[in-house]
Design a protein around this ligand. Structure first.
Ligand code: PGA
Length: 252
């Protein structure tokens, strides 16, 4: 089965509404001819409405970078999935390593956020990945499959089929030190094998696995040429319209 490539840009804590709109204008122009690749961008919460308005009818989806697991109530500063859906998001990133490390998102919280995403009708991009110490001690594969098992434990088959998984080795995020295509492929194959062990064949066959961690125009083609790498979750290089366009082109 051929899987349609999926490139997502994670803007992290960059670009307020005005600057986000400027980037969205450029993306709209540069990506107007794209038909081969699914594309999403994830602006910070406050910039979502501007980007949704700008990218309407372009085929570029808008994702949130996180969501709260709860529905509503007295939780100052939190944003619920339903609000994101109402604001025009179709996707949401869940379990990014920065959320796990800096904001205390445990495996249980990640699972609750996934459930909340589906409740709100959002399609999650679930991030998994090991630290350098875990890789050096030979635990990379077990860390990643344990993260998957914990996150997917309560999901129905129907929900799992709507998932995108982003493998992001933590040592490659924002460091300029990308995983080699062979290293990334090896983990993607392991993730697909794990899916094959736990779900019917359509799951490993159809789920899209993105690689993330210092993806740039210069390394995107080699990564995306790997048989189990179906897309990319792009941080730094997604803040530049030309770079992001070039990464999308590398996927097509
Ligand atoms: P990076 O970020 O491309 O800047 O390494 C990737 C990510 O954190 O999703």
């Amino acid at each position: 089965m051929s899987r349609r490539p999926f490139i997502a840009g994670n803007w992290k804590m960059n670009l307020g509404p005005r600057d986000a709109d400027t980037l969205a204008v450029a993306l709209k122009r540069l990506l107007a001819d794209n038909t081969a690749t699914d594309i999403a961008v994830a602006p910070p919460y406050v910039s979502i409405p501007a980007v949704v308005a700008r990218l309407r009818h372009t085929g570029i989806a808008v994702a949130a970078q996180d969501l709260d697991p709860l529905k509503s109530g007295a939780f100052t500063g939190a944003v619920a999935g339903e609000m994101l859906a109402q604001a025009g998001c179709s996707h949401v990133i869940v379990g990014h390593s920065e959320r796990r490390k800096l904001f205390g998102d445990t495996d249980d919280i990640v699972a609750a956020k996934l459930a909340a995403a589906y409740r709100a009708g959002l399609r999650p991009i679930l991030c998994v990945g090991e630290t350098l110490a875990e890789r050096d001690s030979g635990q990379a594969r077990s860390v990643v499959t344990n993260q998957l098992a914990a996150a997917l434990v309560d999901l129905s088959l129907h929900q799992v089929l709507k998932l995108t998984i982003a493998y992001e080795p933590i040592w490659a995020i924002g460091t300029g030190r990308t995983a080699s295509p062979a290293q990334a492929q090896e983990m993607h194959a392991a993730i697909r094998a794990w899916l094959a062990e736990h779900y019917p064949r359509e799951v490993p066959a159809s789920l899209r696995l993105q690689y993330g961690g210092s993806v740039k125009p210069g390394n995107a083609s080699a990564l995306l040429a790997q048989p189990d790498i179906d897309g990319a979750l792009v941080g730094g290089a997604a803040l530049n319209a030309e770079s992001f366009r070039d990464i999308v082109a590398a996927a097509s």
